[in-house]
Design a protein around this ligand. Structure first.
Ligand code: HEC
Length: 181
């Protein structure tokens, strides 16, 4: 019986384990990673009775009115001191592409990569309520001061370092962007 072979089965099992365990671990990492992502900053809150969550009304009025509610009343009535010149508008486009598109998306639909995990989401400038119900003075104030230090505490940063006429040009630019088909 000296040359009787030890059955090969146990070592095959071991081999299978060596392959399956790392595969399982890898699969687990993917699943766990996928599960962790969506629950970044669950910040649904109520501003003056308007509930603001990921599920905004299709025309965006919930989000737009909630933003408006935290803008000081006097700021809403501000108007640009002079019409925005074409040269300023093309400068605003360049600024938008570098500073804003990362969150608001290249077409202003609120779908930039850096905005994906934010709640509330970056505003979609195509929202009808933004075009019809957000006064330009309020937009100017929000771009200048951001919304992080307001009761809304959302992810819109402050761009107060920009000269005032450049902020007015950005206001005009995002409004036009939101009217593109
Ligand atoms: C880090 C992401 C981020 C960046 C960068 C960013 N925004 Fe926003 N922005 C937001 C979010 C989030 C909101 C919506 C906040 C809310 O609903 O409370 C918002 C809201 C706004 C609004 C709506 C406020 C109003 O009163 O009209 C305007 C306009 C706006 N952003 C313009 C800009 C402009 C212009 C830039 C670049 C100079 C910019 N944003 C850069 C995240 C961003």
């Amino acid at each position: 019986m000296a040359n009787e072979r030890i059955p090969a089965r146990p070592s095959r099992w071991l081999l299978a384990l060596y392959v399956l365990v790392p595969l399982w671990a890898l699969a687990y990492l993917f699943v766990a990673g996928g599960l962790v992502q969506p629950e970044v900053r669950p910040v649904a809150r109520n501003v003056e009775g308007v509930s603001v969550g990921a599920a905004a009304a299709p025309d965006g009025s919930e989000q737009v009115l909630a933003i408006l509610a935290v803008v000081p009343a006097a700021a809403r009535d501000a108007r640009p001191p002079r019409p925005v010149a074409d040269a300023m508008l093309s400068q605003a486009k360049a600024q938008y592409d570098t500073l804003c598109a990362v969150c608001h998306g290249p077409e202003g639909r609120g779908d930039g990569p850096a905005g994906a995990a934010l709640n509330p989401k970056p505003l979609n400038f195509h929202f009808r309520a933004f075009q019809e119900r957000m006064p330009v003075g309020a937009t100017h104030w929000v771009i200048k001061n951001g919304l992080g230090n307001t009761p809304r505490r959302s992810g819109m940063p402050a761009f107060g370092q920009l000269p005032d006429d450049q902020i007015w040009a950005l206001v005009e630019y995002v409004r036009r962007l939101g009217r593109q088909p």
